[in-house]
Design a protein around this ligand. Structure first.
Ligand SMILES: [Zn+2]
Length: 265
């Protein structure tokens, strides 16, 4: 079975729809990741994670296909750094809805959106609600780290504030996926120092939301402790995250329609 939807002809896609596969739709962003990581990190990484998760699901005989990655997202908080490309929240909302509706129109209905960028989270949740209440379409949405919060916490070497952006986690994962693109001599730490009420770490948000641009919080775009990143630990984490997502894909493949979480288990 082919992993990428873009390798299928329309006739093959029609046959594929009859198998009711799980469709992974990776959602990325195109934004600065400090001086040591490239702009592509979010869209590149979430696509790799989706493909490996699909591969692991196929080994377990669960039919899974990866739709083309949405390479840009909502990143206004990174716009002070060159190269970042951000789209408006309503543009992203409409883009995701149009893609989902296109898939569903031709019976590719079992859709899991896997997000790879914090700035997309609120929009993605809203999209899930709009699809349900405006169009009666159920989709599953998530961010890749959500599947492995406990494991990431066990894995980390940094204190709270060390995993946020271009951080210990993202840098380790990039070292695993494409080591030679990481500029190791440019790595600079910047563990976030803010009121704990606002949340300083990906693993522990605070109760209070305050929007701030990255320029206000970091001179070079990093929030976290990338100096603790290693390739070996990146491989380990990539494996854990894709295992966990693959486990969910297996469960999701058993959900009865409408896809509201009910199954036979
Ligand atoms: Zn990122």
């Amino acid at each position: 079975m082919k992993i990428n939807l873009n390798d299928y002809t329309w006739e093959e896609a029609k046959d594929l729809a009859d198998l009711d596969p799980v469709i992974l739709l990776p959602l990325g962003a195109f934004e600065q990741h400090g001086k040591h990581l490239p702009l592509k990190v979010d869209e590149f990484m979430v696509n790799k994670i989706a493909i490996e998760s699909a591969n692991k699901s196929l080994v377990k005989n669960v039919k899974t296909v990866v739709a083309p990655v949405i390479w840009t997202g909502y990143s206004p908080h990174h716009m002070d750094f060159a190269g970042t490309i951000s789209i408006k929240d309503e543009t992203l909302t409409n883009l995701i809805i149009d893609i989902v509706e296109s898939l569903v129109k031709n019976k590719l209905e079992r859709i899991l959106i896997i997000n790879g960028h914090g700035g997309n989270i609120a929009i993605l949740k809203n999209v899930g609600q709009k699809l349900k209440y405006d169009k009666n379409i159920y989709i599953a949405t998530s961010s890749y780290w959500d599947f492995a919060m406990k494991e990431i916490n066990d894995w980390r070497k940094s204190e709270l504030g060390g995993i946020n952006h271009a951080c210990e986690m993202e840098t380790s994962l990039m070292l695993h996926i494409e080591e030679n693109i990481v500029k190791k001599n440019k790595i600079e730490d910047n563990p976030l120092k803010r009121s704990p009420y606002t949340g300083v770490d990906l693993l522990l948000g605070g109760p209070v939301g305050v929007s701030a641009s990255f320029k206000e919080l970091s001179p070079h775009g990093v929030i976290g402790s990338p100096s603790l990143a290693t390739k070996e630990r990146g491989s380990q984490l990539f494996d854990v995250i894709t295992d966990k997502i693959s486990n969910f894909i297996c469960d999701f493949s058993t959900w009865k329609k409408p896809l509201n979480g009910k199954n036979d288990k």
